[in-house]
Structure formats: structure tokens, C-alpha cells
Design a protein around this ligand. Structure first.
Ligand SMILES: Nc1ncnc2c1ncn2[C@@H]1O[C@H](COP(=O)(O)OP(=O)(O)OP(=O)(O)O)[C@@H](O)[C@H]1O
Length: 128
């Protein structure tokens, strides 16, 4: 019992490699959930692969690669937060609620902003 208490204390207050590895696994599970369940994430995945392939084929320079990677990362972060908010909202308020609708729309706006930025960066990077 004492040992269990000590383990919990370490996991809460100190560094624990198994706990850190478990956190990575949870995050990876979240990524897989998003890709398997969200149509928008599937579109992002296809777009990401297409853009990376085009980047390799056209031979982008370092600055173009960095900007492109930044844009891709922003879209994935925005989509992950949007998806998390949708799951939480649906769990907390299963029925229709005006504020839930607003919250989902604002979260979706975050994805839209990131996607618009990505489009601008892609046009800039791939423009002949
Ligand atoms: N519980 C709710 N109450 C009020 N309005 C809602 C609710 N759920 C969704 N809506 C409205 O419907 C819109 C679409 O919601 P939904 O959860 O289907 O998001 P989506 O991004 O279109 O779906 P998906 O992520 O599955 O493609 C929301 O942006 C919001 O305006």
C-alpha cells in the first residue's frame, strides 16, 4: 500500500519514464482517432502527403520547406483542438444549445484561419 502511494506521488510530482511513454501513447491514440473518425482530418492527411510529395518533386529551398512545415503543423494543431472541443461539447451538452453551436463555429474558424494561411504559403512556395 505504501509502495503504491509512493508510486502515485512520483507520478504526480516527479519524472516517470513509463508515465511519459504512456502520455505519448495517449497522444498517438488521439491522432489515430482524429484521422479515423474525422472527415476533415482525412482531407488534411491527403493534402499533407500531396504537398510533401510536390515539395520533394519541385525541390523547394530551406525557407520554403520551413514555411510549408509551419503551415502544415498549424492546420493539424487547429484541427486537433477543434476535434477535441467537438467531442467535449457533445459529451457535456448532447442536446442542441446556442452556445455549443457558437463554440463549435469559433473552433472551426481556427481551422479555417490556419487553412487560409497554408493556402497562401503553398501558393508562395509553389508559384513558378
Ligand atoms: N449541440 C449543438 N448545438 C447547437 N448547434 C450545433 C450543435 N452541434 C453542432 N451545431 C452546429 O452545427 C455545426 C456543425 O456541427 P458538427 O459537429 O457537425 O461540425 P462539423 O465540423 O460540420 O462536423 P465534422 O467535424 O463531423 O465534419 C456547428 O458548427 C454548429 O454551428
Amino acid at each position: 500500500m505504501k509502495q503504491k502511494t509512493e508510486r502515485h506521488r512520483r507520478e504526480e510530482h516527479g519524472f516517470s519514464l513509463p508515465a511519459r511513454l504512456a502520455s505519448f501513447r495517449y497522444a498517438f491514440n488521439g491522432l489515430m482517432t482524429m484521422i479515423l473518425e474525422q472527415r476533415n482530418a482525412q482531407i488534411h492527411l491527403v493534402a499533407t502527403i500531396a504537398v510533401l510529395a510536390l515539395g520533394v518533386l519541385t525541390g523547394l529551398n530551406s525557407v520554403e520547406w520551413i514555411m510549408l512545415m509551419l503551415a502544415i503543423t498549424l492546420v493539424w494543431i487547429a484541427e486537433a483542438l477543434n476535434t477535441a472541443l467537438e467531442y467535449l461539447a457533445d459529451a457535456a451538452v448532447p442536446e442542441t444549445h446556442k452556445l455549443v453551436g457558437k463554440a463549435k463555429d469559433v473552433a472551426a474558424a481556427g481551422v479555417l484561419i490556419a487553412a487560409a494561411f497554408s493556402l497562401i504559403i503553398a501558393l508562395w512556395a509553389f508559384w513558378p
